[in-house]
Ligand binder design. Structure first.
Ligand SMILES: [Fe+2]
Length: 345
């Protein structure tokens, strides 16, 4: 396994780069915008292909690197389903898996620091975001924080992991880099409370100043979405209402870019084909499956995904590959369902 812990000294943020092998797919957790050049350099040096960028929660202390990484690598951006961020490409929920080639992380919904906080667990380690820090816990006094929920997330989810599980948090301000679940259970002063009420009183009494970057970071991080408006302005988008009319039409083919897990959970548009986003480049280039399909049949390719982000990137790639009739469904399956489009499971 390839594992790198990267640090942003300005915000005290840890960012993690993961891959199962050199030359394979990579995942990045909690990237910082100012460090994006460094991440991309490292990804190239290790001959990796960045396919997913994930935030554990909506950050208040730095601007996320999700948008910049997506724009530069066409990776999929991922957050939890509770997140108020305008558009991320893929949303996860408790019990889902966060997967790349050769790796599958368990998705744990751990509200408390914020109501969109998630942790990601592997066999030997857990990425705890700001839910559990080394000898500390993330503050709960803004962004719908809730000390009672955090107590539950920590005691009933994280501390149930094996004692030797390595803890990799999203922040540290004292130079600590890693801990274990057993160590935190024994020595984390915030966890040495006798009841949830004692924890709530402790957290409510912290009286911390707001993060310096908060007024900048929170609004910026709410707008991670790709400018789907720009794709629409070029005439490459079809509204969900209009797309419903395409069902059963002989001159169009709907292409689902999502992962099998998303399709199983949220259903598919009847009659659509599956061509997963990671294989997009191979599929749209000359000789590729979708390129051949469009040229041989004259059918219009209409991409869709969960929220219209991956499909917006796909329609751009298809146009660049010469498929001038390619379109995408703006807002994806989310908009499709809201428009009353049929869904088969
Ligand atoms: Fe945070």
């Amino acid at each position: 396994m390839i594992f790198r812990q990267l640090f942003d000294a300005v915000s005290g943020t840890y960012t993690y780069l993961l891959a199962s092998r050199r030359g394979g797919e990579a995942l990045i957790i909690d990237p910082v915008q100012e460090k994006v050049d460094r991440y991309i350099q490292l990804v190239n040096e290790l001959e990796l292909r960045l396919v997913k960028a994930v935030d554990t929660h909506l950050h208040a202390d730095h601007i996320t690197g999700l948008g910049a990484l997506r724009d530069r690598t066409q990776c999929v951006t991922v957050m939890g389903e509770q997140s108020k961020v305008d558009v991320v490409s893929m949303r996860l929920a408790e019990g889902d898996k966060l997967t790349i080639e050769g790796m599958a992380l368990d998705v744990l919904y751990t509200p408390g620091h914020t109501d969109d906080s998630y942790c990601f667990a592997m066999a030997d380690r857990v990425f705890t975001g700001d839910t559990l820090l080394i000898r500390g816990t993330g503050r709960t006094d803004f962004q719908n924080g809730d000390p009672r929920a955090q107590f539950d997330s920590i005691f009933n989810k994280l501390l149930r992991l094996p004692d030797e599980t390595l803890v990799f948090p999203a922040h540290d301000y004292k130079g600590e880099t890693v801990s274990t679940i057993g160590e935190e259970r024994s020595f984390n002063p915030r966890l040495r409370v006798k009841s949830v009420d004692e924890y709530v009183a402790l957290m409510n009494g912290l009286n911390l100043p707001n993060p310096k970057m908060m007024d900048v970071a929170v609004p910026a991080n709410m707008r991670v979405g790709l400018a789907q408006e720009e794709i629409a302005r070029r005439g490459w988008a079809i509204g969900a209402d209009e797309a419903v009319m395409l069902i059963g039409r002989a001159d169009a083919v709907l292409i689902d870019l999502r992962e099998p897990r998303e399709r199983a959970k949220h259903g598919v548009i009847p009659g659509s084909l599956h061509a997963p986003y990671p294989e997009l480049a191979a599929n749209v280039r000359s000789g590729g499956m979708l390129n051949e399909l469009a040229r041989a049949t004259g059918k219009r390719i209409v991409f869709y995904c969960a929220f219209g982000e991956r499909s917006a990137m796909a329609v751009q790639a298809a146009q660049e590959a010469g498929l001038a009739s390619a379109r995408h469904i703006q807002g994806g399956m989310d908009a499709w369902s809201k428009a009353g489009g049929p869904v088969s499971r």
